[in-house]
Ligand binder design. Structure first.
Ligand code: ZN
Length: 94
């Protein structure tokens, strides 16, 4: 059976990835490394249609800047966010 429409995504469930470019079409999935419009699933939250990660995931929130939108930003979260951004910057210099 041949399915030429089949798309293969490389899902890295162990490491979150920053978007290479800010396309801002829907949500960035740090695990599938794709921009996509996420739909609200049966459980009532938006989730990646490929790997199923929800928008409550720390990295999903971080890369899609969901903290401010939901008014959930606190000092400790902001610090964490800054640390991650520093890590990403260091990594991308390689
Ligand atoms: Zn995904």
């Amino acid at each position: 059976m041949q399915n030429t429409d089949l798309e293969v995504y490389e899902v890295d469930a162990y490491d979150a990835h920053a978007p290479k470019e800010q396309i801002n079409k829907g949500y960035w999935c740090p695990y599938c490394r794709t921009w996509d419009y996420w739909k609200t699933n049966r459980l009532g939250y938006k989730a990646c249609q490929i790997c199923g990660i929800g928008d409550s995931d720390f990295y999903v929130k971080n890369y899609n800047k969901l903290w401010n939108r939901r008014g959930m930003e606190s000092k400790s979260q902001k610090k964490k966010q800054e640390n991650i951004q520093k890590k990403v910057r260091r990594r991308s210099k390689k």
